[in-house]
Design a protein around this ligand. Sequence first.
Ligand SMILES: NC(=O)C1=CN([C@@H]2O[C@H](COP(=O)(O)OP(=O)(O)OC[C@H]3O[C@@H](n4cnc5c(N)ncnc54)[C@H](O)[C@@H]3O)[C@@H](O)[C@H]2O)C=CC1
Ligand SMILES: O=P(O)(O)OC[C@H]1O[C@](O)(CO)[C@@H](O)[C@@H]1O
Length: 383
Amino acid sequence: MNAVHFGAGNIGRGFIGETLASNGFDIHFVDVNSTIIDALNDRKEYDIELAAEGKKKIHVSNVDGINNKDNPEKVVSAIENTDMVTTAIGPKILPFIAGLIADGISARKANGNEKTLDVIACENMIGGSQFLKGEVYKHLSDDDKKFADEYIGFPNAAVDRIVPIQHHEDPLAVSVEPFKEWVVDESQMKNPAIKLDTVVYVKDLEPYIERKLFSVNTGHATVAYTGEYLGYKTIGDAIADEKVLKQVKGALKETGDLLIHKWNFDPAEHKAYQDKILSRFENKYISDDILRVGRTPIRKLGFDERFIRPIRELKERSLDYSVLLDTVGMILTFDEEKDSESVELQKMLKEDKAIDVIKKVTGLKDEDLVNEILASYEAKINK
Ligand SMILES: NC(=O)C1=CN([C@@H]2O[C@H](COP(=O)(O)OP(=O)(O)OC[C@H]3O[C@@H](n4cnc5c(N)ncnc54)[C@H](O)[C@@H]3O)[C@@H](O)[C@H]2O)C=CC1
Ligand SMILES: O=P(O)(O)OC[C@H]1O[C@](O)(CO)[C@@H](O)[C@@H]1O
């Protein structure tokens, strides 16, 4: 069996690649990074190192690379014959690869390939694969849409593994934390016969993706933004400061209250889940930049994202969201010249009224909440 995986970056090589390979798949990685693609084609293998005592190595083989900028037709032909498509490319990039996936689906139809296929977006977002489906369908004819409705599934997924930016001489080497969790919505699959070992298949993904996004991602981002505000550069240094630890514990307490209220998670089990997450952030074998974890602050301030959605839903339930609100004030001060969204956000805040910027980036219509965010931001800049 073989898979086409878009995004040969950190999570692509360091998690999805490992899982597909250990399940016996040959992998065609698709990326625009020619250094990585050339190295994959030269060597057809790479190593993953576990960031833990002993630094165990995992060998991944039977891989190659396709540069979608230079050889889009090779991507289409790989999709035409593949058993699975996955992505780990970033939510904002999905629309740019949708046309290639659509062409691959059209080619399957043209060649009478009626083998069912699942396309799984492994991105940090709610409803990622279904979002990708919407983008792919924009490129399909009505006939091809009917074919896709019958044979192509887009099951949503949640992936969890911390893979920092890599600094190795070998462009393919990747160091990852030992923890990993990949959950797929089984009810949206077209080919449920292909079940990957170590992947968890569930009938309803929503509780899992919300638990992951509002715990791991809200928590990690809280460490990043609080750390940056206090002048730190790495997650490890930031979380060693008790003010940062208090902030992340406070944020997790609030999202935990929401998750327990909304999804009936067992409080003791949820506390153990949170404690595990905090220990993952403190992993001394990983050096993770605040810049990476805090990247794309405009995306992270989105209506359905890791801060605004829990705040909205806590407010609806009259539950406390003061620590999350305080953190949002700090996100608005995130000023990193290497992150284009941070630059854009700071430019908007200089040129426009802060209240308008808040409305624009969060999509909030609730005037009271917008004013609370404004007050939180002003408290941070006037300190
Ligand atoms: N790194 C992590 O710890 C985790 C990341 N994720 C999610 O995984 C996704 C990828 O994140 P990372 O692997 O960290 O990022 P990354 O930047 O390491 O990898 C993304 C890859 O996509 C490639 N790419 C960008 N534009 C492209 C295009 N138009 N066509 C083909 N390839 C393109 C880049 O060259 C890069 O190799 C994101 O959605 C992220 O939220 C999810 C869980 C953990
Ligand atoms: O692009 P995003 O959503 O910030 O993804 C990076 C996030 O992924 C994780 O590494 C694991 O989910 C988080 O710890 C980190 O904050």
